[in-house]
Design a binder for this molecule. Structure first.
Ligand SMILES: C[S@@+](CC[C@H](N)C(=O)[O-])C[C@H]1O[C@@H](n2cnc3c(N)ncnc32)[C@H](O)[C@@H]1O
Length: 277
């Protein structure tokens, strides 16, 4: 009996899993060794303890370009150009590096500026040209800076807009307190639900990125409905963890799509962007 016939014969017997064990072990060990190597490097080279930053793999970035192109009805080449525009914003990159190096929490932040899926947020704002963006959950203010940079570019092209950034922590948003980004950002301290109720201008683009419990995410989308401008777009940063926005989209007659990012050279499996429109 030749080797192929023997393998097929064994595959039909209860011995098959035992025979395949060495090959299966080698596969999973190779995968786990890569994760362990990446994790060990991160432990000794990064200072971050939450809200990790990283670049996206080339493929993940390309998938994100298509995701924004489809959800915002924009040419994919234009979306790639918006990504490149953010990459090329040296003034903001230097500001973030400097502000991070001098911040009170500098011991827990990396100097290197990496936007991850926030490049998608940037392109969405460039594509939609919203007059009013609301972001819940600010942390250091990296996302606020990215959103503000897109609003500033829109304003230079004759489409001004403002960002209201909501966080329960009074220390949040230190990256977004410098000019010119601060000129278009209103930082509001307090629980996001109360802050959404207090909004007094229609919202064109809403991004959930605060308390990622299912109940809180659902409450934010319920509360924001009464504040939305016609045709507003809803985003969530929690799409890999819950179906809250998908369910909300179905209930309110919107379309929904999800993108899952792939971080480059990082152990973290990545988050994503959910969009309802
Ligand atoms: C994941 S971070 C936000 C990340 C930020 N959007 C960015 O781009 O880096 C979550 C933030 O939500 C804030 N937060 C948690 N619960 C909140 C609540 N009930 N209302 C408002 N902000 C809240 C936290 O203080 C924290 O800064």
């Amino acid at each position: 009996m030749d080797a192929t016939k023997l393998r097929r014969a064994i595959a039909r017997t209860p011995l098959a899993p035992v025979a395949a064990f060495p090959k299966r072990l080698a596969r999973v060990a190779r995968h786990d060794a890569t994760v362990l190597r990446t994790s060990a490097r991160w432990l000794f080279t990064s200072r971050e303890h939450h809200n990790y930053t990283y670049d996206l793999t080339r493929l993940s970035r390309e998938h994100l370009a298509w995701f924004v192109a489809v959800t915002c009805d924009a040419p994919v080449a234009q979306v790639r150009a918006w990504f490149a525009e953010l990459d090329g914003d040296e003034k903001m990159r230097r500001h973030i590096e400097t502000a991070t190096a001098t911040a009170a929490r500098r011991g827990l932040a990396d100097r290197q500026v990496r936007y991850a899926r926030r490049i998608g947020w940037y392109a969405v704002v460039r594509a939609r040209r919203p007059a009013h963006v609301v972001e819940t959950g600010v942390d250091k203010g990296l996302g606020s800076c990215v959103l503000a940079a897109a609003l500033l570019r829109n304003a230079a092209e004759g489409h001004p807009g403002r960002l209201t950034s909501l966080d329960i922590n009074p220390e949040a948003g230190y990256l977004a307190r410098a000019t010119p980004w601060a000129d278009v950002v209103d930082l509001v301290v307090g629980d996001s639900i109360a802050s959404i109720r207090a909004l007094d201008r229609p919202v064109d683009l809403f991004l959930h990125d605060s308390d990622h419990s299912r109940a809180h995410e659902r409450s934010e989308f319920d509360e924001i409905e009464a504040k939305l401008a016609p045709g507003a777009m809803l985003l969530t940063d929690n799409v890999t963890a819950t179906d809250v926005l998908a369910t909300h989209a179905e209930r309110t007659g919107r379309r929904f799509l999800a993108y899952r990012e792939t971080p480059a050279r990082h152990w973290y499996p990545g988050d994503g962007i959910g969009i309802a429109w």
